[in-house]
Design a protein around this ligand. Structure first.
Ligand code: GA4
Length: 325
């Protein structure tokens, strides 16, 4: 059953809706249908009863809180995030900025342990252990959801998506964003006065987002209206990325989203971006293509797509470069 989330306050430029919430403990065939519908209608949904170990989640959260509380000079030792490490305000390398600081990490254990030495000089193994454990948990959740999605889409190979992010060479990334409270922004003011993280879609297959209980995430509905996503620290939000849009030949669309500043409290969010290996081919899957519905995208490798993404601005619709007109 899809349970609507609590109704947020109505504002002038945003509309009150509840994004779908899916209970993963329900019957698998029902859940796979619900996942397909949620991905088609919104490109985002929340999962509850997901089975992710709470202790693992709070251990990573504590490590991140401790890191961001350090003096700026100490944090800077783990930066700049070009492309991995600690970053402050600068996003990507083409002039995008936001009111945040963040950690951007590759998800293989070798690079996590190397990074941890500059992130936590006092106890790097505690930090890397917290990150590794979290990555393992959310990767499992992502794979379970991607397998259910493949089933709901009637794919012959049920592991067609999950295999890519389970691959030892998967280019998946973990990001922890820390948005300090912004005093001059009022909660009742709907205009995005201070942008925490600007409007964009995620380039990968699927993103798993979790945040503390502070609001800020907004999504753009198919009709162009922006809606707030009420925070839920006990749930995980699944976000359709550009690569999944291509695999499904546009049946599922990546969802544009952003984070806006919050007046009272510090927001922290953690995202696992499930990506293929750099040399993996991304193109519409055979089941998604027919003479009536021909391929909408040229085939490209994940490495080529990533290069294109990093050469553009955050808000650009990078898939336009690969469209067949
Ligand atoms: C958006 C999703 C992820 O946060 C990210 C971002 C990346 C970065 O911050 O380095 C990018 C952005 C994201 C898309 C376009 C390029 C690359 C910043 C930017 C301007 C880590 C990712 O994979 O793509």
């Amino acid at each position: 059953m899809v349970v609507p989330s609590p109704t947020p306050m109505r504002t002038k430029k945003t509309r009150a809706i509840g994004i779908p919430t899916i209970d993963l403990s329900l019957d698998k065939s029902l859940v796979s249908e619900l996942i397909v519908t949620a991905c088609e209608d919104y490109g985002i949904f929340k999962v509850v009863n997901h089975g992710v170990n709470k202790e693992v989640v709070s251990r990573l959260e504590k490590e991140a809180v401790d890191f961001f509380a350090k003096p700026a000079a100490e944090k800077q030792r783990a930066g700049p995030a070009t492309p991995f490490g600690y970053g402050c305000k600068n996003i990507g390398c083409n002039g995008d900025v936001g009111e945040l600081e963040f950690l951007l990490l590759q998800t293989n254990s070798v690079s996590i342990s190397e990074r941890s030495r500059t992130i936590s000089s006092s106890d790097p193994s505690k930090f890397s252990c917290a990150v590794n454990d979290y990555v393992e948990e959310v990767r499992e959740l992502a794979c379970e959801i991607l397998d259910l999605l493949a089933e709901g889409l009637w794919m012959e190979d049920k592991h067609v998506f999950s295999r890519l992010i389970r691959d030892v060479n998967s280019d998946s990334v973990l990001r922890v964003n820390h948005y300090p409270a912004v005093k001059e922004v009022k909660d009742w003011d709907p205009s995005p006065k201070r942008i925490g993280f600007g409007e964009h879609s995620d380039p990968q297959i699927m993103t798993i987002l979790r945040s503390n209980d502070v609001a800020g995430l907004q999504i753009c509905l198919r009709d162009g209206l922006w809606v707030p996503v009420p925070p839920d620290p006990t749930g995980f939000f699944l976000i359709v990325g550009d690569a999944l849009q291509v695999f499904t030949n546009g049946r599922l669309l990546s969802v544009r989203h952003r984070a806006v500043a919050n007046s009272a409290k510090t927001r922290m969010s953690t995202m696992y971006f499930g990506a293929p290996p750099l040399n993996a081919w991304i193109s519409p899957l055979p089941e998604m293509v027919s003479p009536q519905n021909p391929s909408k995208y040229k085939p490209f490798t994940w490495g080529e797509f990533k290069k294109a993404a990093y050469s553009l601005r955050l808000g650009d619709t990078r898939l336009d470069l690969f469209k067949i007109h």
